[in-house]
Ligand binder design. Structure first.
Ligand code: CAA
Length: 389
C-alpha cells in the first residue's frame, strides 16, 4: 500500500496528513461517484473543507487561512485528491491560483477583502488566463481592459475557468496594451456579482466533472482601479509566477490519483482469482504493480521537493520553476500510467462504473493538460536547462 516511508515527516505534517485522510475517506470518498455522475458542484463538502482549514492552508491566519507551510498543503491536497480529484481541483485553485496570487502581489486591502472569504472556504476563488483561441500560447490572449477614469472597462471571452459557474471572485488576465505582447497584459480581481460578468457555457468534461468549469464573458464590466493586481503590464509575469505554485498543486493532485489507482489495483490483485490463483501471483500483474509503486514514490519525492523549494522561496524569493514543472510533468504522467495499469488489472471491472478506477482513469488525464500541458512543462524545463530563460 502507499505510504510516505521514503520521506520522513514531522509530527505536525503527520497530523495534517491524518486529518486530511480521515476527512476525505469519511466525507468525500462516499459521495465522489455521485457527484462525478451528476456534475454538481460539491458545495457542502467544500464548505466543510474550509472549516477544516484546507481551502487556505498556507494563508496566514490574519487573512482567514490555516497559516501552515507548503508541505502541509501538498500532503493534504494529495489525500483529498486520492478520495476525489474534483475536490482536489477546487482546493488547488482556491489555495494556489487565487489566494497565493493576491497574497504575493496584492495590496493590503485586496488581501483583507478577497483572500479572507476564499481561504476560509466561504467564498470560491478562480483564475482566468485561457481563451478560446489562446491556451498554451497564453500571451496571445485578446480580451481587453481599457482605462476609463478610475475604472477599467473589461470586454472579452475567457474559457476553461475552474469554478467559473460558482466562483465569487476571479483573478483575470487581459490585455491593456495590445502593442506590447506579454508586457501588455494586466491582472484584475473581478467580482462575479457585478454587472457585465456573464457566466458562460459550462464545459461538458471527460473527468473532474464535479469541479465546475465554464467560460466567462465580460460585457463592459467596470472594474475599479483598486482591483488591479500589480501594475499595468505585469499581468503575464504574475500569471506565470502563480502557475509555478499551481503546478505544484496539480502535481500533488496527480500523486493522489496515482495512489488511489494503485491501492485499488493491489486490493483487486489480492482478491481476484484466475487460472487457479490470485491474479497478483502472475508476473503480468505483479510487475505492473511494482512499476506503479516505483513511479509513485519517485513522483512523491519530486512533489515534496517542489513544495520545499517553494517554502524556501518565502525567504530567498528565488524562483522554483524547474522544481514545479518537473514535479507536475512526472506526477501527471505517473497518474495516467497508474490509472491505465489499474484499469487493465481490473479487466472488465475496470471499465465499469461499479468500481472507482474508471473515474481515476478519466480524472488522471486532465493533470497532463491543465495548468500547462506536459509539452509545455517540457518546454519550460528544457529552456531553463539550455539557459534560454
Ligand atoms: N516566473 C516568472 N516570470 C516568468 C515565468 C515564471 N515561471 N515564466 C516566464 N516568465 C516571464 C519571462 O521571464 C518573460 O519576462 P521578460 O521578458 O521580462 O524576461 C515573460 O514572462 C515572458 O516569458 P516567455 O518569453 O517565456 O513567454 P512565452 O510567450 O514564450 O510563454 C510559456 C511561455 C511557458 C509557454 C507560457 O505561455 C505558458 O506557461 N503557457 C501555458 C499556459 C498555461 O499553463 N495555461 C493554463 C491556465 S490555468 C488552467 O489550466 C485553468 C484552471 O482554472 C486551472
Amino acid at each position: 500500500m502507499s505510504d510516505t516511508a521514503l520521506f520522513p515527516l514531522s509530527d505536525e505534517h503527520k497530523m495534517i496528513l491524518d486529518a486530511a485522510r480521515d476527512f476525505s475517506q469519511a466525507e468525500i470518498a462516499p459521495i465522489a461517484a455521485e457527484f462525478d455522475e451528476s456534475g454538481e458542484f460539491p458545495s457542502k463538502t467544500i464548505r466543510k473543507m474550509g472549516e477544516m482549514g484546507f481551502m487556505g492552508i498556507e494563508v496566514p491566519e490574519e487573512y482567514g487561512g490555516a497559516g501552515m507551510d507548503t508541505l502541509a498543503y501538498v500532503l493534504a491536497l494529495e489525500e483529498i485528491s486520492k478520495a476525489d480529484a474534483s475536490h482536489g481541483t477546487i482546493m488547488s485553485v482556491n489555495n494556489s491560483l487565487f489566494c497565493h496570487g493576491i497574497l504575493k502581489f496584492g495590496t493590503e486591502a485586496q488581501k483583507k477583502i478577497y483572500v479572507s472569504g476564499v481561504a476560509s472556504g466561504k467564498k470560491i476563488g478562480a483564475y482566468s488566463l485561457t481563451e478560446p483561441m489562446s491556451g498554451s500560447d497564453a500571451a496571445t490572449m485578446r480580451s481587453r481592459a481599457v482605462r476609463d477614469g478610475d475604472h477599467y472597462i473589461l470586454n472579452g471571452r475567457k474559457s476553461w475557468v475552474t469554478g467559473g459557474p460558482v466562483a465569487d471572485y476571479v483573478v483575470v488576465y487581459v490585455v491593456t496594451d495590445p502593442d506590447k505582447g506579454a508586457k501588455g497584459i494586466t491582472a484584475f480581481i473581478v467580482d462575479a456579482d457585478q454587472p457585465g460578468y456573464v457566466r458562460g457555457k459550462k464545459e461538458p468534461k471527460l473527468g473532474i466533472r464535479a469541479s465546475a468549469t465554464s467560460e466567462i464573458v465580460f460585457e463592459d464590466y467596470r472594474c475599479p482601479i483598486e482591483n488591479r493586481l500589480g501594475e499595468e503590464g505585469e499581468g503575464f509575469k504574475i500569471a506565470m509566477t502563480v502557475l509555478d505554485v499551481g503546478r505544484i498543486g496539480i502535481a500533488s493532485q496527480a500523486l493522489g490519483i496515482a495512489e488511489a489507482s494503485y491501492d485499488a489495483a493491489i486490493d483487486y490483485a489480492r482478491e481476484r482469482d484466475a487460472f487457479g490463483k490470485k491474479i497478483g501471483q502472475f508476473q503480468g500483474v505483479s510487475f505492473k504493480l511494482a512499476d506503479m509503486k516505483t513511479r509513485i514514490e519517485a513522483a512523491r519525492l519530486l512533489v515534496y521537493n517542489a513544495a520545499m523549494a517553494k517554502e524556501r522561496s518565502k525567504t530567498t524569493n528565488e524562483r522554483f520553476t524547474l522544481a514545479a514543472s518537473s514535479a507536475k510533468l512526472f506526477a501527471s504522467e505517473t497518474a495516467m500510467f497508474c490509472a491505465h495499469a489499474s484499469v487493465q488489472i481490473h479487466g472488465g471491472m475496470g471499465y465499469s462504473k461499479e468500481y472507482p478506477v474508471e473515474r481515476y482513469f478519466r480524472d488522471a488525464k486532465i493533470t497532463e493538460i491543465y495548468e500547462g500541458t506536459s509539452e509545455i512543462q517540457r518546454l519550460v524545463i528544457s529552456r531553463l536547462e539550455l539557459g534560454l530563460r
